[in-house]
Design a binder for this molecule. Structure first.
Ligand SMILES: Nc1ncnc2c1ncn2[C@@H]1O[C@H](COP(=O)(O)OP(=O)(O)OP(=O)(O)O)[C@@H](O)[C@H]1O
Ligand SMILES: [Mg+2]
Length: 263
């Protein structure tokens, strides 16, 4: 696998005449922690769905965990990928409990049916929920949780199969300030853990970039504005190009901040 967990070459996604991704080249190596940033509609969720093997490119080549999309059984590949996204959450069956939602990640499925889970699986699910501060929620139905509770449960689910690639689409969206800071702290600790999988985190806000994240990719209208080491990519110039307004960027103690350069 040569340390590479993800490789996109000339990836184009077209839907109903629209170009969602317009020729994206990108590689993610083992041990890297990426943030993907860009305005609404830039193609961030689309890009993550390609990495999660739930969306096939119209053109181009995709390799995930050393397997080429189109030439591999994605049902074997998917349990090796942790994926948390609103696009997954909205497909959760209404009666699904938090425990079952986390357990079923072992098979990369939604909705518990007749699979057998042993006590090791159950123990791991409980430990992950506990690590994410969700001990009280184990028996609740996912549909009844608050936004912040849902986000934490989804991260526990994404980590359940001990993935080699962890994909998080806007994990801090809808969280209050305290919950966001707590999540940023948890993700920073995960980023520092050498045993943790390669990570890709989509966000709209520089304030949500956890310390320890190593790389950044800026997307605008389906194209890559900049990609590489976080210090080189998260500059005022690049962010201004990405969002189409003059922005200034600051960094303090590993955290990032952006605001209008005009204000
Ligand atoms: N089936 C489709 N047909 C046409 N356009 C589509 C289709 N699906 C998605 N799009 C468009 O593709 C673009 C990229 O969508 P995507 O969800 O990847 O954006 P995003 O960067 O995640 O945005 P956000 O920040 O709002 O979540 C959007 O403009 C969206 O409207
Ligand atoms: Mg999105």
């Amino acid at each position: 696998m040569s340390g590479e967990v993800l490789r996109l070459e000339g990836v184009v996604i077209r839907r109903e005449g629209a170009v969602l991704l317009g020729g994206v080249d990108w590689t993610v190596d083992e041990g890297e922690r990426w943030v993907v940033i860009g305005p609404n509609g830039a193609g961030k969720t689309t890009l993550l769905q390609v990495a999660a093997t739930t969306l096939y490119p119209t053109e181009g080549r995709v390799e995930v965990l050393g397997e080429r999309l189109g030439q591999t059984d994605v049902f074997e590949l998917r349990p090796r990928i942790g994926f948390a996204s609103a696009s997954v959450a909205e497909k959760v069956p209404s009666g699904e409990t938090v425990m079952d939602l986390v357990l079923t990640a072992s098979y990369a499925i939604l909705g518990r049916w007749q699979e057998e889970y042993d006590s090791t699986d159950v123990g791991r699910a409980v430990a992950l929920l506990e690590a994410l501060g969700c001990t009280e929620l184990v028996r609740r139905r996912f549909a009844t949780l608050s936004e912040g509770e849902r986000k934490r449960v989804q991260i526990a689910r994404a980590l359940m199969p001990d993935p080699e690639l962890l994909l998080l689409d806007e994990p801090a969206a809808g969280l209050d300030l305290g919950a966001r800071e707590e999540l940023v702290g948890r993700l920073a600790r995960l980023a520092e853990d050498p045993a943790a999988p390669a990570m890709v985190l989509v966000t709209h806000h520089l304030e949500e970039v956890p310390p320890g994240f190593t790389h950044a990719l800026l997307l605008r209208r389906g194209g890559v504005v900049a990609a590489g080491k976080v210090d080189e990519v998260l500059t005022g110039g690049n962010l201004s190009d990405c969002f189409g307004i003059p922005l200034q960027v600051e960094q303090h103690n590993g955290r990032w901040y952006a605001r209008s350069a005009l204000a």
